[in-house]
Design a protein around this ligand. Sequence first.
Ligand code: GDP
Ligand code: MG
Length: 713
Amino acid sequence: MAVIIALAGNPNSGKTTLFNALTGSNQYVGNWPGVTVEQKGGKLKGQSDVEIMDLPGIYSLSPYTLEEVVARKYLVEERPDAILNIVDGTNLERNLYLSTQLLELGIPVVLAINMMDLVKKNGDEINISKLSKELGCEVVEISALKGTGIKEATDAVVKAAKSGQSQRIVHKFDKTVESALEEIEGMLTGVKEDQKRYFAIKLFEGDEKISEQLKSMPDVSTVVKRVEDAMDDDAESIITNERYTYIASLMSKCYKKVNKGLTVSDRIDRIVTNRILALPIFVVIMFIVYYIAVSTIGTVVTDWTNDVLFGEWIQGGAESLLESVGASDWVISLVVDGILGGIAAPIGFAPQMAIVFFFLSILEDCGYMARVAFIMDRIFRRFGLSGRSFIPFLISSGCGVPGIMSTRTIENEKDRRMTMMTTCSIPCGAKLPVIALIAGYLLDGAWWLAPVMYFVGIAVVVISCIILKKMRAFAGDPAPFVIELPQYHVPSIKGVLMHVWERVWAFLKKAGTILFLCCVVMWFLASFGFSDGAFGLVETEDSLLRYIGGAIAWIFVPLGFGTWQAVASSLSGFVTKEGILSTMGVLAGLGEVEEYELSMHDQFAAFFPTGIAAVSFLIFNLFDSPCLAALSTMAKEIGGRKKFWFAVLFQNVSAYCLALVVYQIGGLILGEVAFGVGTVAAVIVLAGILYLLFRPDPNKKASNIAANAKQAA
Ligand code: GDP
Ligand code: MG
């Protein structure tokens, strides 16, 4: 008989790690909530009749966040055959809160206490048999990471699923509550017997969303009112308090904590999350990461890939081969300059990208990034932002698409929208090659550019959010942010390498599909055009692309990069950010210079008149609208066409303004740009930004007035 087992538990309890171990799949394991926002299924290794579902992490079955809604909907409506409740043994007390609720669903539950390697290392003890008796369900100790106990846990849960027998309820609420629950159960119609308790409790609590799962809503108000009056508390608090009391009693009976003073983790945290040192430490760490990635291996590998591997061997080889079989000129040009040249440019930067991801995933996996979210919360809070928003930002340093998806953990709709709009300002993997190109080729290997751009990205996010927060559409207090700081641990090499490979593979796949297409289109546009009144192969100077790029180049002249090549590259960035490099690669290959005489390096440099123009180009392309994939995700998630277009407009206008200020004012200071209309425009724009940034919050004033009026009345 085929059965479905759901993995449920708090965020960060190790569900996905276990899921991967059980199914042999490679789902993303993250050290913060919001990584798994939708359930994912897989077959149990060696037992094809058992399906495992990885649910998003949740703290309770109350519908506060979208993840809780997703998980609860799944558990109540789809009804898996059994639940394997993953409990973080190092945070037993808090994790048991969800367990008490899962046990009421009328579905067989097995409790897997995870992270036992850490619990044992700390010297703590959990009395499994007692806990099992008190909860009324089977309890197994496991370590998803080390793979211990997971066979016992799966055997137990598969057996429970196949038996179809849910556990009897051991935990009872106060007598008054129980009799009210019984009364409510009696009013339920069309509900299966074993689900009645769950629905009765939810109705008693006054859960607003429960009507979605019930055919008819009984009126329970008089019953609830009676209990509330008798116990002098509101219904929801009565249930919550009783759960906590119950858990406290479980803890005292079943858990022995060895008090050894500060753990190593605590000691590290004293320094790393220190009020003064935290931020400088983070800055230094990120600088080192980007420095190593971009400078040590840096352009050596890139140069070799571009000029030797692709330039001489692959492109040269392909050219001789095609010539020897008598291919026509345009075929040779399409393959050699268009496709190979266009794909070579971003691929040359793949090693640097892999190194950044290698370090980022180490930082993430060892537990440091969770601290960064915590540190950032302290800073963000001052500006009315929640640290919750920082998690999407961290994820976006890999890719904006999961970054946008992870905003689902943000309860506050306005904050969520704001985070979605700004999260792609953090340089993602695809933007990294663009930064590396500008740094390595146009600024003589400026090693500091990549880390600086990372922090400029964070600054742009913070500034955008402050400005947006003062608009009525985004006003409001930040939501409270709770994140558990996992104990530091040595990252799993397998996990880290898997993560790096995932990114590199996604990149290679992109190179084979969308970048390939982009190259062909760009090659066509750059090779064909009208010459002497006839359409056909032309010199790039007469090509369609030159005309298209040239026609809108005036828009970018104030930003310093009004060459049609730079403009055409920026345009392809709206499709995919690696497309920027591909287009440059194609255009460099088609240039008038005798092929392969000039290195890529010099050809790219020819597109930009000055260094500051190249920086301005970079800034525009980092902070304008993200790629198509991220845009379509945003369109789906943001909730409304108007909101979507506002976001797109905001992104592009702010990128344009920022590039303008950097080019005009930066150029003036460096002596590369003369004073003129552009300078005046830049100063006006800068003043505008500063005004929006520092003006008093009009919403605060309004709410103060309202409060005063209330007081007066
Ligand atoms: P999820 O949010 O519940 O899906 O949790 P993840 O599977 O993403 O794991 C969160 C973090 O806990 C990751 O850094 C894992 O490497 C780590 N982790 C998971 N299981 C264990 C375990 O048994 N022992 C230790 N030490 N770490 C674990
Ligand atoms: Mg997960």
